[in-house]
Design a protein. Structure first.
Length: 97
């Protein structure tokens, strides 16, 4: 990936048939510290959509690795992930001092 400023994000759609437990989304960029989001369903019939976007400065030419993981709070319930998307598009050059 070229150096530059990127608009990066992910979206997921899932259902979880339990209302008293949370679903955790974990995002990691280039093997760094994970960002973790948790949400508890209000209704077992709800389809939950999670969107997260951010700006990222890619300072050196090379790989960009982003991983997302979804997991249940414990072994109870059925978590069904219908969609998971990751995107990145370049919006600008890195400013030179």
């Amino acid at each position: 990936m070229k150096t530059g400023i990127y608009y990066v994000g992910f979206s997921t759609t899932h259902t979880f048939d339990t209302t008293t437990k949370s679903v955790f989304h974990q995002m990691t960029v280039n093997g760094g510290t994970p960002e973790i989001f948790a949400k508890e369903n209000k209704d077992v019939t709800d389809r939950d959509i999670r969107n997260y976007t951010f700006m990222y400065s890619h300072l050196a030419v090379g790989d960009y690795n982003m991983a997302i993981d979804l997991r249940k709070e414990d072994a109870t319930g059925i978590l069904d992930v219908q969609y998971a998307n990751i995107w990145a598009f370049r919006v600008d050059d890195i400013p030179t001092p």
